[in-house]
Ligand binder design. Structure first.
Ligand code: PBG
Length: 346
């Protein structure tokens, strides 16, 4: 006799004092892979993934980022090849970060129509018209001081002067063909100013993915290595959010939506899944993005290389938890691997 079915009728709790009560047998639906698949609540698909790409100047350049195994800084020609192989495993979206050869105090390279991000966007749209192309809209990779904006005489980021610069960057990215611009500097008012500038320049169809709740996180360490964009003095705590704060993320997102953001983001992801959940509940129906940042990637890669974690299972578990928390889209450096794994499994 199959005792699991027998016991199933009534299971008495050992600690009960005041009469029997029914314990549901939740394990019943965990018994076989078929049953587990049938009741699976969260499914990760390649449609959920956005792959970050670091675009450098020059040609035929592909330079590995030391602290992010499997991630490269690549010139436009190689970026197109990389994106093509991403589409072949089912990835539908990329986000571009520029790695310019030269920087200056006002980040002039950021809105150069011949900049690497602008050239990459045009090339990608030409070669892979169905690919969603997003550009990070910020100054930190282009300024020699590494801050996300123009500095005032106290060496602080000048909010309103930076807004004008961001509008110029967004318009240049839109002109190069991106589908979405993604302001990441946490400058107050950036979404509204960018929306207005895009509309005035005839780019009404270009959307805004706002890095709404971006925390002042030490998990960005490897990215700053990749993008050579660490601030040369000070830090970003004057713009980015204090990791202790949760309610403030709701205010940030509400403000961005009021200014015209089409999608909102929480960044980093893993240590901030409560924020993902909060924004999901508060802003039902708004596409919500989680950015699985460089430090989260590096931690898993390093442990996997040491043989201390099973990479594939850990990555799928981490990314599934982001969707379970409420994210619709995940920006992740694991995207290519995940797409291959999902591809194989199906
Ligand atoms: C700023 C920007 C950063 C990241 C994305 N956009 C770095 C920062 O704020 O210092 C971090 C992404 C990551 O760590 O993967 N343009």
């Amino acid at each position: 006799m199959d005792t699991s079915f027998e016991q199933d009728r009534l299971v008495r709790s050992k600690q009960q004092t005041d009469g029997p009560h029914l314990v549901h047998r939740l394990r019943r639906l965990r018994r076989t892979p078929g049953l587990r698949a049938l009741v699976q609540e969260t499914r990760l698909t390649t449609d959920d993934l956005m792959l970050p790409l670091f675009v450098a100047d020059g040609s035929e350049e592909s330079e590995p980022v030391e602290s992010m195994p499997g991630v490269f800084r690549e010139s436009v020609d190689i970026t197109v090849k990389r994106a093509r192989s991403a589409t072949e495993v089912g990835i539908r979206a990329v986000i571009l970060f520029g790695i310019p050869d030269s920087k200056d105090a006002i980040g002039s390279g950021s809105h150069d129509p011949e900049g690497s991000v602008q050239r990459a966007a045009t090339a990608l749209k030409e070669e892979l018209p169905d690919l969603v192309v997003v550009a990070d809209t910020c100054m930190c990779e282009y300024t020699d001081h590494g801050h996300c904006g123009l500095l005032d005489d106290r060496m602080d980021v000048d909010n309103d002067a930076t807004l004008e610069a961001l509008a110029k960057i967004a318009v240049s990215q839109a002109a190069s063909g991106v589908d979405l611009v993604a302001p990441s500097g946490m400058i107050d008012g950036q979404v509204g100013v960018i929306r207005k500038a895009l509309d005035e320049a005839g780019h009404e169809q270009v959307g805004i993915l706002s890095y709404s709740a971006k925390y002042a996180s030490a998990f960005y360490g490897p990215f700053r290595d990749a993008a050579q964009g660490a601030p040369s003095f000070g830090d970003r705590r004057g713009q980015q959010m204090d990791p202790s704060n949760g309610s403030e993320a709701v205010r940030e997102a509400a403000q961005d939506l009021a200014e015209g953001a089409d999608l909102i983001m929480v960044k980093p992801a893993l240590a901030y899944l409560d924020i993902v959940r909060r924004l999901r509940k508060k802003f039902e129906g708004v596409p919500l993005v989680a950015y699985n940042v460089s430090g989260e990637y590096a931690m898993i890669k390093a442990a996997a290389q040491m043989g201390w974690l099973a990479e594939r299972s850990v990555v799928l578990e981490a990314l599934t938890s982001m969707k379970r928390a409420g994210a619709d889209i995940i920006i992740t450096y694991h995207a290519m691997d995940v797409a291959r794994w999902i591809h194989k499994a199906s």
